[in-house]
Ligand binder design. Sequence first.
Ligand code: B12
Ligand code: SF4
Length: 572
Amino acid sequence: MVGKVRGTPAPKEPTMPGVSQFPIIHTGEATVSRNTSRPILLVGFQHQGNLGLGYLASTLRQHGYSVIICDIEAPLDQIVGTAVESNPLIVGFSLIFQFYILQYQRIISMLRDAGVRSHFTMGGHFPSLSHIQTLNMVPELDSVVRFEGEMTLLELADVIGNDRDWRTVPGIAFRSADGISTTPMRSLVDDLDTLPYPDRNYEPETAIGHKALPLLASRGCARTCSFCSIQTFYRTAPGKIVRTRKPELVVEEMRSLHLDRGIRIFLFQDDDFPLYGPVWRRWAASFVSELHRSGLSRRVIWKMNCRADSVDTEVFASLRDAGLYLVYMGLESGNEEGLKTLHKQVTVEQNLRAVRLLKQVGLLFEFGFMLFDPGSTLDSVRANLNFLRTILADGCAAAVFCRMLPYDGTPIKDELERTGRLKGDIVKPDYDFLDPRVNALYASLSGIVDIWGWIHGYRALSPQLNWVSNEIAIIERMCPTLPDLPELKQTVRRITRASNEVLFEVLEDLLNIAVNGGTTTWTNSRLDLYRKQFLDELVDSRNAFVNRHQNALLDSIEIDTNLPTLTEPAVA
Ligand code: B12
Ligand code: SF4
């Protein structure tokens, strides 16, 4: 089928010198001939809903293409079978987590072995920033789409579908006689509201029966944390680094998801929700009044990510009243040196204050924390331990921590490379600490604490504790009158406190040994007994509560579709 499609949004002109103008120009008036007879297959990590793939798919669909999405975690034969059967024009792989590259490599070569001859391209953070390594590591790829991919993938499909030379499409990298070539970079999407809503053709996840979907109010981040590849991703491509959507259109998207699909929980995946500084404060105020005006503030709740320096009592109280129930904060370190190494541009006091204020305002919070970073000393690890003990003393959240990993595209990776400290590979980039005692501490801690059983992974203890706190916060908003909810909350806090304290005692003991010598009495199996005990008590109390209140909880899931009709003008 060859379709005529009108009225595509106009991307910004590429700003790099030597731009070759490609014949397909998406202006409001242009008509474009495209061959949409073959589908586009997209493969990516789908857990919790992949907005990148969602935007790529909706943009392609808007222009007449049919799109199939496969989860990278699906059985391999299913992915291969889908590709063989559907004979796609393009298979687009989304690599947003660098450590998945070998998994992609394996699938891609299986697809070629199975006879799939489509154009293979890959996008996402790692391929955008490290296109040479990507093309070298995955020889079956024809191209890499760099940075935001909606317009580039669309243009690639248009060109390949019409058998024209795709090597001139702006925004890509590919192998050529001279090695690896790139075309001029394409600008970031200037106005996010010109994009169609992302496709979310999957069953939403649920929390205590309430459906949740991800969405974005903005893209990009103005900050410069040294461990983060996002800041480089949005700074390398031409265009405005941070783009916010119109608050009323964000609320309109929420409203339609609420009414059409019964969504009650919205997970904002913005890197740094627009809150910092006067302009974004105004944005947030207008978002809040839109939520009230639409009636959604009484119907839905939402979660967002922000930094400690955005937290302010007045603003957060108004966000809470408009449905905010959970805040994820990248605290990252509890000592000044660590915060400097990570280039957080906040102080320990700011981190402490942010936590204090969120608790005062009555908001649940989760946080990111790097117990170890390349500048770690025994003193800094001890300061981090004390920080965690302070903020978590009341059992408000489970202790989670990690070692900073030097991802591609981050200033800290470049620095480790420059100083000869970078070790490992793309899947497991690593470094040694400068003090060998910290290396020994880290090794003994990882030997004793089963990281995947306690701290990371969906079934680990700390995430499960946080999950039940999350459920309690949802019930508090959606079904606030359940009589023994405060009792469940207290039980979960007690278990969380006890579980955190076990972790802290292990760490403290190992720290003391690192300084004074000696051997620890903690063992992996002793710790595992604690872990199982905490998990059993948590699951039993939570399940008993849910069983006792099944009817009331089920009733709270019902949604009333009688939202007020929007007649008043939107807040400017
Ligand atoms: C949402 C999210 C998650 C969700 C994932 C949901 C999902 N299925 O996508 C959850 C919560 C599960 C998650 C988990 C983790 N995450 Co996360 N996550 C994010 C976050 C905040 C937003 C992703 C997003 O929706 N972006 C918005 C969309 C529109 O942009 P996009 O994905 O970049 O896609 C665009 C382009 O990249 C490009 N593109 C992407 N794919 C493709 C494919 C093709 C074919 C083309 C043409 C173009 C293209 O076009 C898209 C549209 O413009 C990002 C930060 C970020 N800003 O991206 C971190 C991020 C991806 N996460 C990160 C990390 C480290 C993790 C964890 C390891 C955290 C942890 N310690 O547990 C885990 C890993 C999970 C696992 N697999 O084991 C890092 C990755 C670092 C790296 N370089 O590898 C990031 C970059 C955060 C950071 N600041 O460092 N995460
Ligand atoms: S860690 Fe968060 S705040 Fe820091 S640069 Fe990355 S996205 Fe921005």
